[in-house]
Ligand binder design. Structure first.
Ligand code: ATP
Length: 283
């Protein structure tokens, strides 16, 4: 049987970390949403061979157990003793290692697809629990809609959908190592966000108020290595974005705009010095 799943990019409307756990991993406090920039994942099962195979159209990605989509298939296969083989084809549109959760979203898409193919009847909440064993963004990506995400990434409160908004997503030719950025966090120096007010504004569907409380406390950490990220962000603001900020640990910066024409104008103005630029709607 074969199933197609869309794997949307995630964006951090806010990213904060109030503390580290004893094992050194960050406790997250984030508001996340997804964009209509997506990878396309096709999952097929067969009786022979019984192995997992991953194919992508990207020359840079691993096809073995290092691929998060492979890990998702492996976990469901072993946990539910499914003997069938799994073939996964991923058409990548989400830039890799960009702070857009592409790998996590591919993994979540595989979980949703195999849940249907193998008729496991797991709820999204149950899939999200399994997803946490893959990576911290995978539970959110199981839902891929506006949510408040805390803990290691496993506590997810879904928030109401918002009015139609556009975003310009821009990734410079920089590779950011998430573990390296997380190791550099000095918790004493972080300027924490008011996520409670952000969430209250979103619950009231007051997007104009919400943009005032968006932010990413890791920007100074990543920007200390890559000052060009700040230049891009400042340019987007000067071009009229409602807000511009980094997603995840970067390097991607996104600008939120309340009209498509404004988003297109920003896209045109920055595409001269940043090649990977997309205008998207927020889900
Ligand atoms: P994170 O913030 O979780 O590190 P990211 O959003 O910055 O992730 P991804 O595109 O998910 O970036 O890639 C992060 C790493 O995961 C890359 O080093 C990549 O090799 C690896 N990876 C494994 N599987 C995938 C996949 N299916 N798609 C993209 N990257 C993958």
């Amino acid at each position: 049987m074969r199933v197609n799943e869309k794997a949307p990019a995630k964006l951090n409307l806010s990213l904060d970390t109030p503390m580290r756990y004893f094992d050194g991993s960050p406790r997250w406090d984030m508001v996340m949403t997804s964009a209509d920039l997506a990878d396309y994942v096709t999952v097929e099962t067969h009786r022979r061979p019984t192995t997992i195979k991953v194919y992508t159209d990207s020359g840079f990605l691993p096809n073995d157990q290092r691929n998060l989509a492979y890990q998702a298939a492996h976990i469901l296969k072993s946990r539910f003793h499914c003997r069938e083989g799994v073939t996964i084809h991923i058409r990548k549109n989400i830039p890799v290692a960009a702070g857009l959760g592409g790998g996590s979203s591919d993994a979540a898409a595989v979980l949703r697809a195999l849940n249907r193919i193998w008729r496991l009847d797991l709820s999204l909440d149950e899939l999200a629990k399994i997803a946490l064993t893959i990576d911290s963004d995978v539970p959110y990506c199981v839902y891929s809609r506006l949510a408040h995400v805390t803990g290691h990434g496993e506590k997810i409160e879904l928030l109401p959908a918002q009015p139609h908004y556009w975003a310009v997503i821009a990734k410079q030719q920089i590779s950011v190592s998430t573990p390296q950025i997380l190791r550099q966090i000095n918790y004493e120096q972080l300027e924490h966000l008011d996520n409670e007010r952000l969430i209250a504004s979103l619950k009231a569907q007051d997007w104009q108020e919400a943009v005032k409380y968006m932010g990413n406390v890791l920007e100074p950490v990543t920007m200390s290595f890559y000052p060009e990220i700040k230049q891009l962000k400042d340019k987007m603001v000067s071009l009229g974005a409602d807000v511009a900020q980094m997603s995840g640990t970067g390097p991607t910066v996104f600008a939120v705009c309340h009209t498509e024409s404004r988003a297109k104008r920003i896209q045109n103005s920055i595409s001269g010095f940043c090649r990977d630029v997309h205008v998207v709607t927020l889900l």
